[in-house]
Design a protein around this ligand. Structure first.
Ligand code: BES
Ligand code: MN
Ligand code: ZN
Length: 491
């Protein structure tokens, strides 16, 4: 999708479809007021009739004027406006343009009095780009081709920059979705490692892949234990983006990438087990973020660490009862091989802290079913040891509308993962506070680095109860990419 900015000349604009936003119960197209009198009366009637209901789209033919059609897009009530309104509605517009097989379409952003123009153009770009992604790699019949977009707004450096950033951010989210959606027979740990190599070469990042033997030698006991049941060997993927000053501490991002989670010897029930192909989504989020930060050339140091394994049952698998030694040197008693994510993450967190002495560590993981019980499928769980860090993430969450909710973690929860026979056990006490006890296990992996853990079990892909959004079609959502890119741009 090519995106152009053109100074507004609305009714003179030669375009297949001129698209404008309409507030509820208004008879005006926003940003179009000054040319109202020139719009023919039947169009005025159509604006009144569609009444600006949120998400509603009306396409009207316009004989006699240069735009071939006008599209009216309802924004709903002004009081209900939020940081997702324009993104959501723009997505609907773009999908309509594709449905009509258009080669291009044009959008008039609302005026500054309704929404600040930087935010509005960013949302338009993100909404359109993300909504036109569809996972059709394995379909014989592909979607219609993607139309180009003209945004009709007075050109300025600021606007052009905002659009360029939004394009990269949206591309990052789409990339994360596209690798997150890959089936488990086509995406193994080595495949993800390969993707990381490819993006690192394109954008000048350092990429280091640690393979099975070296992992064992270096003491990554969690990653090797979980990975030993599969013939698809584990990989630890490390991407470095070094554009800050030499002695500036980096921010470390860690992402769980279990390319398929059967549960291992503690086998999961069959129902919906296919969805465990999405158990790699935390890692995919980190890869997508790293791709975007390198394209944005952010002037900071950022490290992405992605432990990747396949959790399979078999003669070589780790078992309930095993005691393993993690990278931190602490021992863990395995009580359930399906609580594998915390084991591979613990290794990656300890490694990140030891190797990089980072300013902050943020991890993403489809870690617990309990997170879905607690918060549902539209809000991610967050657990942190540092209020400043978690508050910054909440702020970015409000801006990007990728929602997170913080849960507590005090010493009582830490006690719940203590083992009788090892330093820790990989499950808590029964099912109580499952999301928090998983985080308690992770907290043992780091010393005192500011850390935030984001459990994306409910939000990483569309499930029962997921709010429908044009930019989140069925499958992986890329949750966290926009959130953390906002955070990183504001640190
Ligand atoms: N990947 C799953 C968590 C999960 C389950 C995410 C369903 C999204 C939907 C994780 O590895 C897991 O199996 N966790 C167990 C932990 C339990 C054994 C302590 C869980 O949540 O049941
Ligand atoms: Mn599991
Ligand atoms: Zn898992």
């Amino acid at each position: 999708m090519k995106i152009k900015v053109e100074n507004p000349n609305n009714l003179k604009k030669k375009t297949a479809m001129l698209c404008g936003f309409v507030l509820e119960d208004s008879d005006k197209i926003l940003g179009f007021e000054n040319v109202d009198s020139k719009i023919n009366p039947s169009i005025k009637q159509s604006i009144k009739d569609m009444s600006g209901i949120f998400g509603k789209i009306l396409v009207i033919p316009t004989p006699g004027i240069p735009p071939q059609r006008i599209l009216l897009a309802g924004l709903g009530k002004k009081e209900k406006f939020n940081n997702d309104t324009i993104r959501f509605v723009s997505g609907k517009i773009a999908q309509k343009a594709r449905e009509l097989k258009l080669k291009e379409f044009s959008i008039i952003p609302p005026p500054n009095s309704v929404i600040e123009s930087i935010s509005s153009v960013s949302q338009i770009v993100e909404g359109c780009k993300m909504s036109l992604y569809k996972f059709d790699k394995y379909k014989s019949k592909k979607e219609n081709s993607i139309p180009d977009l003209s945004i009709l707004i007075s050109k300025s450096e600021k606007i052009l920059k905002a659009i360029r950033i939004a394009e990269i951010v949206a591309d990052g989210a789409v990339y994360t979705k596209s690798i997150g959606n890959l089936p488990p027979n086509q995406c193994m740990p080595a495949t993800l490692a390969n993707f990381a190599k490819i993006i690192s070469k394109k954008n000048n990042m350092k990429c280091n892949i640690i393979s099975k033997n070296e992992l064992r030698k270096k003491g990554f006991g969690g990653i090797t234990a979980v990975g030993q049941g599969s013939k698809n060997e584990p990989k630890l993927i490390i991407l470095e983006h070094n554009r800050g000053s030499r002695n500036e501490k980096p921010i470390v991002l860690v992402g769980k990438a279990v390319t398929f989670d059967t549960g291992g010897i503690s086998l999961k029930p069959g129902e919906k087990m296919d969805e465990m192909k999405f158990d790699k989504c935390g890692g995919c989020t980190v890869i997508g973020i790293m791709k975007a930060v390198s394209e944005l050339k952010l002037p900071i140091n950022i490290v992405g660490i992605i432990p990747s394994v396949e959790n399979m049952p078999g003669g070589e698998s780790y078992r309930p009862g095993d005691i393993i030694k993690l990278y931190s040197g602490k021992t863990a008693e395995i009580l359930n091989t399906d609580a594998e994510g915390r084991l591979i993450l613990a290794d990656a967190l300890s490694y990140g802290e030891k190797q990089y002495s980072p300013k902050a560590i943020i991890d993403f993981a489809t870690l617990t079913g309990a997170c879905i019980i607690a918060l549902g499928t539209n809000i991610a769980g967050m657990i942190s040891n540092n209020d400043k860090l978690s508050q910054k993430i909440v702020k970015s969450s409000k801006k990007t509308t990728e929602e997170v909710w913080e849960l507590p973690l005090n010493d009582d929860y830490m006690d719940m993962v203590k083992s009788d026979v090892a330093d820790m056990k990989n499950v808590g006490i029964g099912r109580a506070a499952g999301t928090i006890t998983a985080a308690a296990f992770l907290k043992n992996a780091i010393k005192d680095t500011p850390w935030a853990h984001i459990d994306i079990a409910g939000v990483a892909w569309t499930q029962v109860g997921t709010k429908e959004k044009p930019y989140n079609p069925k499958g992986a959502t890329g949750f966290g990419v926009r959130l953390i890119l906002d955070y990183l741009q504001n640190t």
